[in-house]
Design a protein around this ligand. Structure first.
Ligand code: PCA
Length: 214
């Protein structure tokens, strides 16, 4: 069993990206599964090309992409990615797409095909706040999750995957008033637990009332 876990480069004026900081601290093995880590540029399209190449080379069974969601207080497991790029800020190569489809031959949306609720419950069980998220936004994180699920649909039908958003770490919010953060070691632990949950629930997700009201 091989698991590819990716994090992003810093963006939006931040000096670090907690997603890759947490990913690179993962152990080499989790429950006998080999963990392969990769840093991906926060750049539209290039991010998907690099992911595609890494899947082709490493042939992972599971792919978990991780990104920073500054402002969220908990670990969020993404349920769905949508076929739209709508950037509020430019990416790291000055691309600034507005209302552009990611793939013209893709579905309007793709759902994660790993047990997202089992992941949430496993993380919460260790005392770390987590929830299911029903939007990965419309910037590079949604873009990469959409790209991952599109590639699974078109090219890698046996692969399973999703996207996990993580909060800022404390050093990033020193000068941000009222902004939530989570200790890096807890974020890494949460990622390990999410991976364990995926390994423990290879086919179906658990039935748990983890939906949201508006
Ligand atoms: N977060 C951004 C892109 C890269 C990252 O870590 C996002 O949520 O879209």
């Amino acid at each position: 069993m091989k698991i590819l876990v990716t994090g992003f480069t810093p963006f939006g004026g931040e000096a670090i990206n907690p997603s890759f900081e947490a990913v690179k601290a993962l152990p080499d093995k989790i429950d006998q599964a080999e963990i392969i880590t990769l840093e991906i540029p926060t750049v539209f399209h290039e991010s998907i090309e690099i992911l595609d190449e890494a899947i082709a080379v490493n042939q992972p069974d599971i792919v978990i992409c991780v990104g920073q969601a500054g402002g969220r207080f908990d670990i969020t497991i993404e349920r769905v990615a949508i076929n739209i790029d709508d950037a509020r800020i430019a990416d790291n190569k000055e691309n600034h797409p507005i209302d552009e489809p990611i793939f013209s031959d893709g579905q309007p949306a793709y759902f994660a095909n790993v047990p997202i609720k089992a992941m949430v419950e496993k993380i919460k069980g260790a005392g770390i706040p987590a929830s299911v998220s029903n939007s990965a936004g419309t910037f590079v994180c949604n873009h990469l999750m959409y790209g991952l699920m599109y590639l699974i649909d078109k090219k890698y039908p046996t692969v399973r995957g999703t996207f996990i958003h993580v909060p800022f770490i404390p050093m990033q919010v020193v000068d941000k008033y009222n902004s939530p953060s989570m200790e890096l070691s807890l974020i890494t632990k949460a990622l390990s637990l999410a991976i364990q949950a995926a390994l423990e629930n290879p086919t179906d997700d658990i039935k748990a009332a983890l939906g949201t009201l508006c």
